[in-house]
Design a protein around this ligand. Structure first.
Ligand code: IMP
Length: 424
């Protein structure tokens, strides 16, 4: 029995949902530990497709308890909609979904602030998903956040929300030249949602500590990706939480000593949605070809994703940051139709070649990617059911990645369905 963290190794959208869904059949607990409804984890099974934003991706495969951990920020209405959608597809949430009382609540004023702040930034906008994520984490670290456990205490809750809104109205009117907002409708709406959500709210810290003591199998599901980490990503073009494996501990209350394995998920190429540096981005026809073939449009916002070749320098940084001991490579089939495939293997920064991911934003923005080129396999991977079935050129591509990163590939995915996955 083990506790395993599944993290995005790039800028998000690596296919974490698909891999977590697959691994969930053996899990007792599947835990989301950070982020919120900015995530869009797509699952496809039995000719059904669903995009999960808050509910852990283990809900449809086996009977794992699905936990929304303390590190997540929850939009109550988005969660209720998702609960309804999952139940309509046959998911059983009663008794199977647990929400941490310490998780913070996203309120309409967080979404409004997200929007007006982005407008205010103009050309320097981050390109957020507009789901109120940043402002909700600001409330949390400013110690004025509303937690899920506050939903049990309406009287105190009313006062907290009123105080927050009085404060926010100052900023809205005087900084952003926006009309003030009214507290009462927001409070009533929240209390309505509370009635439906309270039965799911519990002390997930104690629940997970018991699970560890009893040798249960736990999967921690990261959202976004390592390079969007607020501490270690391409700051300030990042999200406001810690998707890396360290964040899995603080966001779930599982101590570092209880983590046995860290699995990274990477696409066989690279994408990014939103603004900020992307060294191996392809802006021409090859980028468009990847976007079309990979259907690279945001699962949450529908925005077209920026596409490029796999960036091994950035990936090696993610391997190191997360202490990754295994890697799943997804969307290999998207490269089926390329004569030539490139891998970014170093950067030129100020005339010097380096394999170290720079942390200073101007360095990341100004670096020049250096590529190694390989011939593409130029054939479909459809009939490949094991690694031995792969064309020789695809195998060379995989071996190059393993050698460069010094990490084992343990899952290869070549299509959206569970059946299109090879577990090595
Ligand atoms: P926020 O998390 O909505 O504040 O957005 C901050 C940055 O993270 C933006 O560049 C978003 O596009 C990006 N981002 C947030 N969530 C995801 C995700 O699930 N996949 C990919 N990018 C994301």
């Amino acid at each position: 029995m083990a506790t395993r963290v599944v993290v995005g190794a790039q800028w998000g959208d690596e296919g974490k949902g698909k891999i977590v869904d697959l691994l969930s059949s053996d899990a007792d607990y599947v835990v989301r530990y950070q982020g919120g409804a900015n995530a869009g984890h797509t699952l496809e099974f039995d000719d059904k497709k669903i995009v999960l934003h808050l509910i852990p991706s283990g809900i449809f495969n086996g009977d794992a308890t699905c936990v929304i951990g303390n590190g997540v920020v929850i939009d109550p209405h988005a969660l209720l909609e998702e609960i309804e959608e999952v139940e309509a597809m046959g998911g059983d949430l009663k008794g199977q979904l647990k929400i941490s009382g310490s998780a913070h609540v996203i309120l309409p004023y967080h979404q409004l602030l997200d929007r007006v702040k982005e407008e205010h930034r103009g050309d320097d906008a981050i390109g957020t998903t507009g789901r109120g994520i940043g402002p909700a984490y600001v409330s949390k670290v400013s110690r004025v956040g509303i937690r899920m456990s506050d939903l049990f205490h309406p009287k105190a809750l009313r006062k907290k929300v009123r105080d927050n809104i009085a404060d926010i109205n100052e900023a809205l009117q005087h900084v952003y030249k926006h009309d003030p907002i009214e507290a009462d409708p927001i409070i009533e709406n929240l209390l309505e949602a509370a009635e439906q959500l309270c039965p799911y709210i519990t002390n997930t810290s104690a629940l997970l500590h018991d699970a560890i003591k009893n040798g249960k199998e736990i999967l921690l599901e990261g959202a976004q990706g390592s390079l969007l980490d607020v501490d270690h990503g391409t700051y300030p073009f990042v999200t406001s939480s810690c998707p890396t494996s360290g964040g899995a501990c603080t966001g779930s209350a599982i101590p570092p000593t209880a983590i046995d394995k860290v699995m990274g998920i990477s696409k066989a190429y690279c994408t990014r949605v939103g603004n900020g540096p992307f060294p191996s981005e392809l802006t021409g026809k090859a980028g468009e070809k990847l976007r079309e073939a990979g259907q690279e449009f945001g699962a949450t916002t529908g925005r077209p994703r920026r596409c490029g070749w796999i960036d091994l320098v950035a990936l090696k940084y993610a391997v190191r940051l997360n202490g990754m001991n295994e890697l799943a490579l997804t969307k290999l089939d998207i490269l089926d139709d390329f004569e030539e495939i490139k891998l970014c293997t170093s950067y030129r920064v100020d005339g010097e070649e380096t394999e170290v991911f720079p942390l200073d934003l101007p360095d990341v923005e100004n670096l020049e990617p250096v590529y190694t080129s390989m011939p593409g396999w130029n054939q479909s991977l459809e009939g490949c059911n094991s690694r031995e079935d792969f064309p020789a050129k695809a195998e060379e591509y995989l071996q190059f990645i393993e050698r460069y990163l010094d990490v084992d590939l343990t899952i290869l995915s070549k299509g959206p369905k569970r059946s299109e996955t090879i577990v090595l």
